[in-house]
Design a protein. Structure first.
Length: 222
């Protein structure tokens, strides 16, 4: 059987998809193993919290002496591990939600979100949307959770419409969108366009999933 260009491109596409899937699975496995490892260490630290902060400092020093090439065992990170274990007492939630995220996402959630339901919502949203840590923090600062929850609670779309129509209807009426582009009062339409394009990533994230930036002044035939 002779190979033609179409067959080759099809096989190449399938192999690239397989490589990408394997990389994502490997990354998820690393996140899960690392977070569970930190959670277990955090529990050990919390069980001996009466030993004081000096205990944490000594541990950090001795661990780094024993394993000089290993990162992640500073005093600050050990304290994060203790906070992580104290915040998530249920191992099932750790495995199902937060352990799927990189450690940097989890430390940001611990620092910035106090409400457990809100914290879990951001963790799930970060996974589903592939948010980086910085993008997740941006969404927290813009109070995306409060605005999305309000939108869901003030409509009956979920009860009256099947998915995905109900999700689309909620997104269309999300209250409020935040378009705080950097333009002065009295700006022209062109100034507003420049302001939007200069911060296009944040703007598209505010609009939600399903948007892409094709190009500035892109001609469309209708």
């Amino acid at each position: 059987m002779l190979m033609n260009d179409l067959d080759y491109l099809t096989v190449l596409k399938e192999i690239k998809a397989e490589i990408q899937t394997a990389r994502l699975q490997a990354r998820a496995a690393v996140n899960l193993a690392g977070s569970l490892h930190y959670w277990r260490i955090g529990r050990m630290l919390n069980e001996r919290s009466e030993w004081g902060n000096r205990f944490i400092e000594n541990l950090s020093r001795d661990i780094r002496l024993e394993y000089p090439s290993l990162l992640g065992y500073s005093r600050r990170n050990l304290l994060y591990m203790a906070k992580f274990a104290a915040t998530y007492l249920d191992l099932e939630i750790v495995q199902r939600v937060v352990a799927q995220l990189p450690w940097g996402h989890n430390t940001a959630l611990l620092d910035r979100v106090k409400d457990p339901a809100e914290r879990e919502w951001y963790a799930i949203a970060a996974q589903e949307n592939g948010w980086s840590r910085d993008i997740m923090v941006l969404q927290i600062k813009s109070r995306l959770y409060q605005r999305q929850v309000i939108a869901n609670k003030t409509t009956n779309f979920a009860a009256r419409l099947p998915p995905p129509q109900s999700d689309l209807a909620v997104r269309m009426l999300k209250d409020p969108y935040i378009f705080d582009i950097d333009v002065e009062e009295g700006a022209t339409e062109r100034d507003i366009e420049r302001g939007m394009v200069s911060d296009i990533t944040r703007l598209l994230l505010e609009l939600g999933t399903g948007f892409a930036f094709v190009g500035e002044q892109y001609h469309i035939e209708v």
